[in-house]
Design a protein around this ligand. Structure first.
Ligand code: ASP
Length: 617
């Protein structure tokens, strides 16, 4: 027989009881987390969002209530009225905030029963993720998940508060809209009233937020769901949350200040202090020093050690003297065993003519002077591992590049191989000393960096066209307008001056993970048309896709810029979680399936008919 709640009101949360409450009456409500039967004494651990309280049912005090409590099972929902009492000194539990007290039950209402769940919130060994996702409501009762979701709330609130204080308005933008150019596929929603037409779910509110600047709102933000239909990727979600913002008249530095401000507030809300301003680095320099545009600063940068060898040495080693010769230093790896050396061999297979020397000792035996110079230049210490990456002599001499190029494609190939290797080595070997972790660094070693001045265009070798590296509304660097003008004259050429146009685009990176990216936008119609031309789009094509937006640009658009950061990823890092699914209440699997509600599903024939859609089997 179940009881009704009636007019019973909760007085305390379970996790709130302390020694100072002894003697007070309390009414607690929650789930039966655990039951221990000691004959006349029956103990229940009662759980709610805030923690666990111990309830005692004493048969000698009250036989009826003791008997009723005997029927309780895991995850039953109950309300208990009683008196808070100090525990006997020998039963105090110092590991629990409520461990000094217990509630002596005087009234028990059993509000609901529970079937035996497939796993218990208190289980320490986790069941497989599919079961967790299918029974997400049980999974979310686990204290880690409660902590993660609470952290998510606190982080989002800190960001909202910060941005509101800075004069940003939170403004909603539509979910049923049209395609935005963010580079992924759209999720489409068919229109019933206009058969054959579709809304697109936003990949980002990009055009709306720019239009809000044209509309005079000056500073906008939104913590907003975005949708991207991407191919299966391990840690991606088809719907995810961005902290999206836009402001009028900013230089990039002004946007960075705002981001540094709200990240400080967000990390502080979760108890961590971070250092601002974040260091800044040009894209080209990031490539030269780390071989990647999202450098992990917890590991040493590359050292170019070309000059440590004589020209004869290089010839003997079949190294191209005109390409970078990079020393990758991985700290505190010590000597690798033969097996480990064999294990990493497959990592060394590289593209683009890079030649990799993993056995530094062998080089040292052969060229002791060079090795000593390398060790010095790369600040090698006892136990560090050095791997060299060079251009293969067979790759031939470097092709002559136009003067405007900073990093040539051949150099890029070497830097990129070295960059991948640097991370793979660190993940595989430095980890055994606990000095490097991908996420949730226990040492809270949060190393942020701004990477800026990205290339504006990317060459698509297959299509032989230039694509926008960010999105087509990103402003070219003011100093590079000449290159843009010259570039539109040589569109189908990978050597076009377009290759050197820098964008006023920036990424914020934390420990090798990109947290967000943004840019200063194009606010002038004449420049916007040139960009579309450079992207091989005719005026008509551009009008067909973004006509409303191009028109809006013509009505007094202020200079503006902004950024969007992934909230899920930030919370994941702050909470020390292993995957995005751990910080999203109802996530989808890598196959974009919601296992709890079982979506997506087929729909009825009549729904399809209404929409004028025929599904091909
Ligand atoms: N809309 C961009 C993105 O989602 C961010 C921005 O440029 O503000 O990546």
């Amino acid at each position: 027989m179940l009881d009704f709640l009636g007019d019973l009101r909760r007085t305390h949360m379970c996790g709130a009881l302390r020694a100072s409450d002894a003697g007070k009456k309390a009414v607690l409500m929650g789930w039966v987390n655990r039951r221990r039967d000691h004959g006349n004494l029956l103990f229940i651990d009662l759980r709610d969002r805030t923690g666990i309280a111990q309830i005692v049912f004493n048969a000698e005090r009250d036989a009826a209530i003791h008997e009723k409590a005997g029927g309780l099972r895991n995850e039953y929902v109950i309300a208990v009225t009683g008196t808070v009492k100090l525990r006997d000194p020998n039963t105090i539990n110092r590991n629990m905030p409520t461990g000094e007290v217990e509630l002596v039950a005087e009234e028990l209402r059993i509000l609901n029963e529970s079937k035996l769940p497939p796993f218990l919130p208190s289980d320490t060994a986790l069941t497989n993720e599919e079961t967790r996702l299918k029974y997400r409501y049980i999974d979310l009762r686990r204290d880690v998940m409660q902590f993660n979701i609470e952290t998510r709330h606190k982080v989002a609130k800190a960001i909202r508060d910060y941005l509101s204080d800075q004069g940003f308005f939170e403004i909603e933008t539509p979910f049923m809209t049209r395609s935005t150019p963010e580079g992924a596929r759209d999720y489409l929603v068919p229109s019933r009233v206009q058969p054959g037409t579709f809304y697109a779910l936003p990949q980002s509110p990009q055009m709306f937020k720019q239009i809000l600047m044209i509309s005079g709102f000056d500073k906008y933000f939104q913590i907003v769901r975005c949708f991207r239909d991407e191919d299966l990727r391990a840690d991606r979600q088809p719907e995810f949350t961005q902290i999206d913002l836009e402001m009028s008249y900013p230089q990039p530095e002004r946007v960075w200040e705002v981001v540094e401000g709200f990240l400080t507030a967000a990390f502080r809300a979760a108890g961590s202090e971070i250092k601002t301003p974040f260091p800044r680095m040009d894209y080209d320099e990031a490539i030269r020093l780390y071989g990647i545009d999202k450098p992990d600063l917890r590991l040493p940068a590359f050292t170019d050690v070309r000059e440590c060898f004589t020209p004869e040495n290089l010839q003997e080693l079949a190294i191209n003297p005109n390409l970078p010769l990079i020393a990758i230093r991985t700290p505190k790896v010590s000597e690798l065993s033969r097996k480990e050396r064999d294990d990493i061999k497959p990592m060394f297979h590289s593209k683009g003519g890079a030649k990799i020397f993993e056995d530094f000792k062998r080089i040292a035996n052969k060229f002791p002077e060079a090795a000593a110079a390398i060790a010095k230049k790369a600040s090698m210490e006892e136990g560090d591992l050095i791997v060299l990456v060079a251009g293969s002599a067979q790759a031939g001499p470097q092709t002559a590049m136009p003067a405007h190029r900073k990093v040539t494609p051949q150099e890029l190939a070497i830097y990129a191989s070295a960059g991948l290797l640097r991370l793979a080595l660190a993940q595989k070997y430095a980890d055994r000393h606990g000095i490097f972790k991908k996420t949730g660094d226990p040492a809270k070693d949060f190393r942020f960096i701004w990477v800026t001045n990205f290339p504006m265009f990317e060459w698509d070798e297959g299509e032989k066209i230039w694509n926008a590296a960010h999105h087509p509304f990103t402003s070219p660097h003011e100093e590079d307008m000449k290159l843009l003008e010259a570039g539109v004259e040589s569109l189908n050429d990978p050597q076009s001056p377009l290759s050197s146009v820098r964008a006023l685009a920036y990424d914020v990176v934390l420990n090798g993970t990109e947290l967000g990216s943004g840019s200063i936008r194009i606010h002038r119609q004449d420049i916007q048309s040139k960009i579309f031309r450079a992207l091989g789009m005719t005026e008509e094509e551009a009008r067909a896709r973004f006509g409303f937006f191009l028109e809006a640009l013509e009505y007094g658009t202020p200079p503006h810029g902004g950024i969007a950061l992934g909230l899920d990823r930030i919370v994941m890092i702050i909470a020390g979680a292993e995957s995005l699914r751990e910080v999203i209440p109802f996530p989808k699997t890598a196959r974009a399936v919601d296992l709890m509600v079982d979506a997506p599903t087929p729909v009825s024939d009549s729904q399809l008919k209404d929409l004028g859609i025929v599904v091909k089997k």
